[in-house]
Design a protein. Sequence first.
Length: 100
Amino acid sequence: MERQKYKARYSTKLPNGDFLSLTVWPGKTDPSAEVVTIQVRRQAAEGWETVGRLAVYRTSDGRYALLPERQQPVTGSTPSSRRNTLPQTNNPGEEDRLGA
């Protein structure tokens, strides 16, 4: 399956070392719609950890709706692995290319 390409991506390093990023994706069923994701990530001992995430869907006619949090199976037994619901990657925002 071909990976989806984002429309726009912006990222900045926060004073505490975390990364804040905003990514705009085309809608999967309606390419004129968009999904906007905002997240804060940090480097942890076992890889990148997502601290917080917000996703909003914008319909083609300009209406907005907050998307529910992703629910993925919990693996491992450490508290940080329970908090991270996104795939481990080497770069902040990389998981969006894996299927936002």
